[in-house]
Design a protein around this ligand. Sequence first.
Ligand code: ADP
Length: 640
Amino acid sequence: MSEVKKFKTESKRLLDLMINSIYTNKEIFIRELISNASDAIDKYHYLSLTDDKLPAKNDYEINLSFDKDKKTITIKDNGIGMTHDELISSLGTIAKSGSLEFMEKIKELSKDGENKIDNPEIIGQFGVGFYSAFMVASKVEVRTRSLYDDKGYLFVSKGEDTYSIDECDKDDSGTEITLYLRENTEEYQYDHFLSEWTLKDLVKKYSDYVRYPIKMLCHKSELKEGSKDEYEEKEVVETLNAMTPLWRKNKNEVTDEEYNKFYKEKYYDFEDPLTHIVLNVEGKINYTALLFLPKNPPYNLYSEKYEKGLQLYSKGVFIMDKCKELLPDYLRFVKGLVDSSDLSLNISREILQKSKELQDIATNVEKKIVQNLKNMMTNEFDKYVEFFKNFGINLKFGIYDDYGMKKDLLQDLIIYNTVNEEKMVSLAEYVKNMKEGQENIYYASAKNKEEVLAMPQMDLVKKKGYDVLILSDNVDEFVLKVLDEYDKHKFKSINQGDLDLLDKDEEKRIDKIQKDNKSLLDAIKSSLNGKVDDVIVSKRLTDSAVCLVSGDGLSFEMEKVIKSMPDGDTKDVKANRILEINSNHEIFKLLEDVYSKEPDTISDIADLLYNQALLIEGFSIDNPVEFSEKMCKLMIKAHK
Ligand code: ADP
């Protein structure tokens, strides 16, 4: 006699949701049911280890089958099974925390009267357990026998108000769940699950690393024995999952080739990764992480569509593909996964964001990657340079982002080309190689060494033999501004502000020249009519006549970068322009001379000097025709 029972109210609610959901990711029912089966075997296994009376099994397995005619899919396990009462308490009631959260979320969303619960985004964020079967099935039969019972029970439900329970024959403990698939609709072909290929694919995708074999009777075409061209169809039981996740194997048992192969298959790269990192953490939170640094950036790394993140597994069961909480933005190129036994399968994205466990894992993963890069820099410098050429820019952004919050962690990972060294150097190396008496770390924005060496601003720096960092990325100067100093040494641009290069006496001498020639310098400044903010006697030029520098704040390079940004009001962004004149150069005597004899003509020379300084800096001049005219006039005058 059939026993008919009503579902508890929340269960009913959840069922309705499942049935009416337009959630596109219906296929996850496979993952949910296989994961339940695996848990049931886990429980059996655990009991058999702790209870002598219980027969140990060595044939644990999950069996998958389908019937095209009846339109059914069956998932069978030989785990712990359920008693009559457990059927009611487990399947007739929502038992698990994930579902409760789910219900609460729904309540919250329905508060404003609108029924938004069909939103696939929301439903997709939850593990939905057994009831997910109703997303694809119009009827579900559960045949089960608890290992503590000698009777089996059949639970049947159409996902409506009620379910029925009957006694049934079942030889062994375990559970067998049969789904009667819904009729196809225009939007959804439910019967596409009735194929070996689809089921194999889904198992690979979601349950590849479930510990127990997931078996299915498969059809294979094989050459007939003794024949060269005649094929026959054979039925073979195949195990569909890999079972032992690579990351759970002992590091020493896995070859680099295996890691590389795994990386290429799983993360769709055709090249081996640059390196892999295996992390096994046991403590408050237990987890394993397997991380890969690619050799080359994925083609869409810098596009908006690129999604960073690591795959998340819980005890070998796949939870989500791109868990972005696990990677900071500057490590967006890192691929890999985290498998933790302390995370619930049913964790939602909202909960994930707040999850302390996940944050701890993320912090540790970040630290480990940084540590690994530091080791690579020390032990395999050439490899590091290769890495840096491709991904260094990300690290630089990592320093620059969030007002330099990560600067201490990342500053030692940046390397630069410099004028004195053949190889790239870190800030630590630069400081180690500083000349006696050198206080500051000097830098110049340029494309290459030649460009820097040709700069007039380098006159004195070259004489002193100081090395200069060559900055060639747009973000470089911004990064140094954020760092402000390294190991108590300030960063100084060779064409900005005071370079601190002179000794006291020399400094005094130039200050005096500056003072004595105040009216000349003022006259030049006013003749340039607002084009420069100041005209001063240079403390950095020794050979060259003039140069243009900027004040301490914004540099020319930063001005260019900011102006080239697509949006924002950048009209007012302007670096201070300071024209420096070399007092040791003959031109200075000429200026003094001209100014004392014909002060009115100073403006032509001032203009020529200013335009030269612009050209040297790589700026275009305002009026090239006028410049050329003035040059000619001057040459003619000189040779008359
Ligand atoms: P969860 O697995 O997250 O607890 P489910 O709704 O998927 O939530 O399942 C509810 C309960 O039903 C499980 O906790 C388990 O006790 C029981 N159950 C489900 N599937 C099986 C199974 N294959 N074998 C034994 N018990 C099961």
